[in-house]
Design a protein around this ligand. Structure first.
Ligand code: AMP
Length: 274
């Protein structure tokens, strides 16, 4: 990859980067398409980063479909696929920089339920950015907290990389596309669109309810048929601080994670601004 990329850069081409963990679906492909529109050369990485998995069985069960991924990337016109081994990303003799201070952004929601996840994610994104050195980084709103943290990290590092937020791609019934969806049983798959329904319901209540009441109702509505909500938070979209009043911000986002038979599904919806 390094030589091919260097040749493109020598020709003055701009590079767009889409980091993924593979098991690609339309959500990932939408990022590639966006990158193709905005940059000359698109690099997609597929790397299942062990350091961001706090649960060993989640890492082990994470779907791996490299042949299918390669075909999809070819189809959508991705220029370079970077599929490094763990030793290439983390060579044993490489001294990694001290982790950036992620502050409060890494504490609530996913941070509270997946200790160490964001530290591992930030570490790998920084390392991959060092390797690929793109002009633009394309990330999905699906992982809203992740996006917010990476944007903060780039700012802290005074990085020139521009980060682009790409909208969530959903199935026809509203379920946010995710590599983990293939692990759902038919019954769980039928139940899963409830998450988007509750998020959409929350948006309708912005002008008539307090955030805390919407959150309480949502948690109740999501506690059905073996679905276990881990959190349903309404936060300021810049700081990720919980919101007392919608009037307190120009950017409100509802974020949730539910556990369905051991599979974690996350989703979010911008309720105001954005
Ligand atoms: P992952 O492979 O899950 O690490 O995701 C790689 C990138 O794809 C991240 O920036 C995600 O936010 C983004 N992504 C995942 N699912 C979707 C989706 N349904 N719609 C848009 N982007 C997504």
């Amino acid at each position: 990859m390094a030589l091919e990329l260097a040749l493109h850069k020598a020709e003055g081409k701009t590079v767009g980067f889409v980091p993924t963990m593979g098991a690609l679906h339309e959500g990932h492909l939408s990022l590639i398409r966006r990158a193709k529109k905005e940059t000359d050369v698109v690099v997609c990485s597929i790397f299942i980063n062990p350091s961001q998995f706090n649960d060993a069985s989640d890492l082990e069960k994470y779907p791996r479909t490299p042949a299918q991924d390669t075909a999809l990337l070819l189809d959508v016109g991705c220029d370079i696929l970077y599929m490094p081994a763990v030793e290439e990303v983390y060579p044993p003799l490489l001294k990694l920089p001290a982790p950036p201070d992620l502050g409060y952004l890494a504490k609530p929601m996913e941070g509270a339920h997946r200790p160490g996840h964001f530290e591992g994610m930030a570490q790998v994104v920084r390392r991959l950015l060092d390797i690929v050195n793109p002009e633009k980084l394309f990330m999905g709103q699906k992982d809203f907290q992740q996006f917010t943290i990476v944007r903060h990290m780039l700012y802290q590092l005074k990085s020139k990389v521009e980060i682009v937020l790409c909208p969530i791609v959903r199935e026809a019934d509203g379920l946010a596309m995710s590599s983990r969806n293939v692990r759902l049983t038919p019954e769980q798959r039928q139940l899963a669109p409830l998450i988007f329904k509750i998020l959409s319901g929350a948006k309708e209540k912005v002008h008539s309810h307090f955030p805390k009441d919407i959150m309480r109702e949502a948690l109740e509505q999501l506690s059905v048929h073996g679905m276990v909500p881990e959190y349903f938070d309404i936060v300021d979209g810049h700081s990720l601080e919980p919101l007392d009043l919608f009037e307190d911000t120009d950017y409100a986002v509802a974020c949730t994670a539910v556990n369905l038979g051991g599979i974690r599904l996350i989703d979010n919806l911008i309720l105001k601004g954005g």
